[in-house]
Design a binder for this molecule. Structure first.
Ligand code: AFP
Length: 322
């Protein structure tokens, strides 16, 4: 049931943090509006630029990045930001208490086909006693996050948010321009028969993942003794949303397709915030060998292998990696 509980009114959460999340949501509402205008807003297609990771930037990647960056930096609430679309961190206010990492538009290859995309964010506090704005400040493990979430721009626009006490789901009411609370506590089923992986990379995976997926594909005829279904949205935000709604296992594992790039997903902009949400909803998130939230980052654009979702299924997958 829909309830008018703007993010602003969450109990037991620092009002400054809530205010920051509301600031961020103002930019996300604007992105939502432009996305839903689609072709009419002239936002489809690519630019000639590449981001720091060597990926072609879509027009809407740049617009979304600029919208979020501007609103955060002008708010006076953040010491610095780190974005998937920026080469380096960008300094904000000297008095800012927070550090925000974000992927302004995850799944950008879906923009031009009118399919799922989203904004993912992770918020940490500036370590005590530190002045100025440095990349080192950001190099805290995921366990240091004070809030994380994503905004999914789908048929409706939804915000999944955790401040460390469960995951709440809000839906944007376009008639009043507010996110309304539509689910008090998201919970991932422990069991599942659904998996998400880009199967075209199969021959490049480690033997552990090859064996695990082979057993899922064997279904009732194999050791798992049950049939599995597969889904792949090509936007982590869409795949993780499905996992939060109805369970499942999502993985972008280690592969040797390009020896210089064994992992695809970014730790600070994708893996950490999604892991925080998944764990808060009762799921598990790992690289296969360690808990993602306990990784000590070496640099802001670092990438990692990701295996997350329904507790029992992820643990089964991890047992292949031992
Ligand atoms: P982009 O945001 O650069 O499009 O990448 C999306 C993503 O990092 C993640 O959201 C998807 O799960 C994954 O890439 C899809 O990768 P494939 O292109 O291998 O399907």
């Amino acid at each position: 049931m829909q309830r008018f509980v703007p993010v602003l009114r969450q109990d037991n959460v620092d009002p400054q943090l809530i205010s920051l999340i509301n600031t961020l949501m103002a930019a996300c509402k604007e992105i939502s509006f432009r996305l839903h205008q689609g072709e009419l807003a002239g936002i489809l297609g690519s630019t000639l630029d590449e981001n720091i990771q060597g990926e072609t930037q879509k027009k809407l990647d740049i617009i979304s990045n600029q919208l979020i960056k501007d609103i955060l930096l002008e708010s006076g609430q953040v010491r610095a930001i780190a974005s998937e679309e920026e080469d380096t961190i960008v300094a904000g206010s000297e008095n800012g208490r927070y550090l925000v990492c974000f992927d302004p538009l995850d799944g950008s290859s879906n923009i031009d086909i009118n399919s799922l995309v989203g904004t993912i964010f992770s918020i940490m506090e500036v370590p005590e006693g530190q002045t100025g704005a440095t990349e080192e400040m950001f190099l805290q493990p995921g366990t240091a996050q004070v809030a994380a979430g994503y905004v999914l721009y789908g048929a409706s626009t939804q915000l999944a948010l955790t401040t460390g006490d469960g995951v709440r789901l809000f839906t944007l009411d376009n008639t009043i321009g507010e996110f309304l609370l539509t689910q008090e506590r998201m919970s991932i089923t422990q069991e599942t028969a659904e998996f998400a992986i880009n199967m075209s990379n199969q021959r490049f995976w480690e033997p552990a993942m090859q064996d695990y997926i082979a057993d899922l594909l064997a279904g009732e005829t194999g050791s798992r003794d049950k049939n599995f279904n597969m889904r792949w949205i090509a936007a982590m935000v869409g795949d993780v949303h499905r996992v939060l709604c109805r369970g499942g296992i999502f993985t972008y594992p280690t592969d040797n397709k390009n020896p210089n790039k064994p992992y695809k997903l970014r730790l600070m902009y994708e893996a950490n915030p999604m892991s925080f949400l998944v764990e808060q909803a009762g799921g598990v998130s790992s690289t296969g060998y360690e808990r993602i939230m306990e990784i000590n980052p070496q640099e802001i654009h670092q990438r990692v292998a990701v295996i997350l979702g329904s507790k029992n299924e992820v643990n089964t997958c991890l047992s292949y990696h031992k």
